[in-house]
Design a protein around this ligand. Structure first.
Ligand code: HC0
Ligand code: SF4
Length: 562
């Protein structure tokens, strides 16, 4: 603990790791392009440079706070220096701002406005580099890269993948996959976290919005939407609503207005997943084989296991994800000539996740050799569609989802946050329905944003050992322990993105700690508001087993091989 003087005011510091954090605590929003508290400090952009009372200038992100420091954050000299940095960055940057998908959300663009850069005096001498559009999930445009290294550190430190790195030196320096491969040729798992950290349009979501508008405009097509749990707590913030507020009713309303014929909530099929995955867990426990059971709903994690731990592929649950199950059920329903009305059905899946775009085209999740989920758009793309449509989202009256699949339980809703799948499975496994029993499950250690959580819960005459993981670098740590015989879990839940889908690669970016907490709380609040809490209480799910799913459970709800 100590004190420093910032722009003439005395400011206390305690455990802040750098001067930048103390400055921000003092309410001064110092600009940065390469600083994120969750990854290592790089100190490359120099925008957080400040001056001390001896005239020394330094990057505040890379300096520890010391008692008695005297700092100036906006001296005339520093202001000029910062403006010059932005100007130089712009000089080597593609400046097609009007058509850039990141326009309005680009931090470089925002800083140029903020610093008053209205003219760039220097010529761009960088040669134009090819765009990498090999991935089903993300697009990499090196012409918009400012070499901040945020994507490199997110991929390496949070996801433990290292698909991106720096190559060449000086003016030739660039960020690219090793050996100049295309991103799709690497171990990239399509999680989109590099896009979340990228401050500019250098890594963006591969968009499928036009395909959705085309389907909506086609009178011969029935367009059916399914909306993932985490989407509802991230859309509102883009329209000035309270962070983390669940706006599922407004999403249903806006989709109906746009012309979607039916709108469903993926929580319905999350309930189906719980039913199937619980059965699978019990069956493997009985056989004492293929344990630990690895959850299969996160496609980035599934790819990670295939690429990094192929010897554990048979441990992955054969269950399709809720996205996959729902699309298969919808397509099966409309295969019946009595239901088609002569129309072709297009399923649009609205997800917080870029990897779901990859999952949709993964052939082992097709039914009868055909893709079930036709188009996947992310929360960010949905927000763009709402803006494009021009409707005032925040004032829309909420609407309910449609029938015959329009009902989910609270267990399905909490899938969107780390630990949610496990909590829903534990709710299913308990035969009682009383609130006290569900509260005890919520408090057994499944909740909380730690990247690795271990819980042991009694089940019949045994102790179920479960590990809950978010972030693939954490998943690697856990899998190494399993491999070395240092851990013997029965179930491992992994969501590739830290904190779960609420922080997915397709969610609106620039979410600070308050937003992350608000999204988590929003999903738990939504669960509190649900009448049904357990997946096995969902009457639509139960009736499906006696109807549409009869004799087809494996064909429609499970992958061919994991
Ligand atoms: Fe998720 Fe899902 S919970 S992966 O995080 O399982 O994307 O929200 O939709 O499929 O339900 C994402 C979120 C889903 C799926 C569900 C699961
Ligand atoms: Fe790395 Fe994920 Fe980006 Fe792929 S999508 S490069 S795995 S951060």
């Amino acid at each position: 603990m100590g004190y420093m003087t910032i722009d003439g005011r005395k400011v206390e510091f305690t455990d802040e790791k750098n001067v930048l954090s103390v400055i921000r605590k003092a309410g001064i929003s110092l600009p940065t392009l390469c600083y994120h508290s969750e990854v290592s400090t790089f100190g490359a952009c120099r925008l957080c440079t400040v001056e001390d009372d001896r005239g020394r200038t330094f990057a505040s992100c890379s300096e520890e706070p010391r008692d008695g420091m005297v700092i100036y954050t906006n001296s005339g000299r520093i202001k000029k220096y910062r403006k010059l940095i932005v100007e130089l960055l712009l000089a080597a940057h593609c400046r097609d701002c009007t058509t850039c998908v990141k326009s309005g959300e680009c931090i470089l663009q925002e800083l140029a406005h903020r610093m008053g850069v209205v003219d760039v005096r220097f010529k761009n001498t960088r040669e134009i580099r090819p765009i990498d559009d090999s991935s089903p999930s993300i697009i990499r445009d090196p012409n918009k890269c400012i070499l901040c290294g945020d994507c490199v550190r997110a991929c390496e430190e949070i996801q433990g993948i290292g698909a991106l790195g720096f190559a060449f030196r000086g003016t030739d320096a660039t960020v690219m996959p090793a050996f100049n491969k295309k991103i799709a040729e690497t171990d990239c798992v399509n999680c989109g976290q590099c896009r979340v950290y990228c401050p500019t349009g250098a890594i963006t979501i591969r968009t499928h919005v036009d395909e959705v508008w085309d389907a909506l405009a086609d009178p011969d097509v029935r367009v059916v939407a399914q909306v993932a749990p985490a989407v509802r707590v991230a859309v509102g913030e883009a329209f000035g609503m309270k962070k983390g507020m669940s706006v599922m009713g407004k999403i249903a309303a806006v989709l109906h207005r746009m012309g979607f014929d039916e709108v469903y909530d993926t929580t319905f099929s999350a309930d189906l997943t719980v039913m199937e995955e619980s059965e699978e867990l019990l069956e493997r426990l009985r056989r004492k084989e293929d344990l630990p059971l690895l959850t299969s709903c996160c496609p980035a994690w599934v790819k990670f296991v295939h690429d990094q731990y192929p010897e554990y592929v048979h441990n992955i649950s054969t269950c399709r994800s809720p996205q996959g199950m729902f699309s298969a059920v919808i397509k099966e329903y409309y295969r019946d000539p009595r239901n088609t009305g002569g129309k072709k059905t297009v399923v649009v899946s609205i997800m917080p996740c870029t990897a779901k775009k990859m999952e949709a085209v993964r052939p082992n999740s097709f039914t009868k050799g055909k893709q079930d989920t036709d188009i996947v758009i992310t929360t960010t793309e949905l927000i763009r569609m709402i803006r494009n449509y021009g409707i005032e989202f925040s004032t829309l009256d909420p609407e309910a989802c449609d029938m015959p699949f329009g009902m989910g339980s609270g267990g399905g809703v909490i899938f969107g946050v780390t630990g949610g799948v496990t909590e829903a499975v534990l709710r299913r496994l308990t035969p009682v329905h009383e609130k006290a029993a569900l509260d005890a499950i919520a408090e057994c250690g499944v909740r909380g944003d730690e990247g690795i959580k271990e819980v042991t819960v009694p089940y019949e005459d045994m102790e179920l050992k479960i590990c809950i993981v978010s972030g693939l670098a954490n998943a690697r740590k856990v899998m190494e322990k399993v491999k070395n015989g240092e851990a013997d879990y029965h179930l491992i839940e992994v969501m590739a993105c830290r904190r779960g889908c609420i922080m997915g690669g397709g969610q609106p970016t620039r979410a600070g700690d308050r937003t992350k907490e608000a999204r988590t709380k929003g999903l738990y609040n939504a669960d509190n508001n649900m009448i049904l809490k357990k997946s096995d209480e969902n009457p639509l799910v139960l009736s499906l087993y006696d109807g549409l799913l009869k004799g087809k459970t494996h064909e429609l709800l499970h992958n061919k091989e994991s």
